[in-house]
Design a protein around this ligand. Structure first.
Ligand SMILES: [Zn+2]
Length: 134
């Protein structure tokens, strides 16, 4: 009952900061990708209507994020959502815990995929389920 030497190396709360900054970096990258996809549109808008942009600035980054999310239902905005969710989990101190089996997600996996919400096993379960939907 006791010899299941737990090599489940989850992360501890002290490491939240590290992963938080990883997530924020990744978030920036994704946003930049989104911006690049939209570059031509934005450039046109910027030239004439700089005023309108500052309206968005007033309401903070959330409105800006929503705008991006709305304008692009692509894999990238999906990824942005994943990252935001992960940041939320850091706030709620549930980060690094698999949402399906409630076991710690291995550190290595989080390093590669900081916004992972499942451990590897559950991820493949999840993907199987998704596949069977189509
Ligand atoms: Zn799991």
């Amino acid at each position: 009952m006791k010899k299941k030497d737990v090599v489940k190396k989850g992360i501890n709360k002290k490491e939240y900061k590290i992963f938080e900054s990883l997530l924020l970096t990744e978030r920036k990258k994704v946003i930049q990708n989104l911006m690049n996809l939209n570059t031509s549109d934005l450039a046109e808008q910027n030239s004439g209507t700089g005023e309108d942009i500052s309206d968005y600035a007033e309401t903070g980054t959330d409105a800006f994020d929503i705008q991006i999310a709305l304008s692009l239902a692509s894999g990238e905005s999906q990824q942005l959502q994943e990252i935001d969710d992960a940041l939320e989990r850091i706030k709620n101190k549930t980060y690094g815990i698999c949402e399906m089996c409630k076991e710690p997600i291995p550190r290595k996996r989080l390093e590669v995929l900081p916004h992972a919400r499942f451990c590897i096993q559950c991820q493949s379960e999840y993907e199987k389920q998704q596949d069977s939907l189509y």
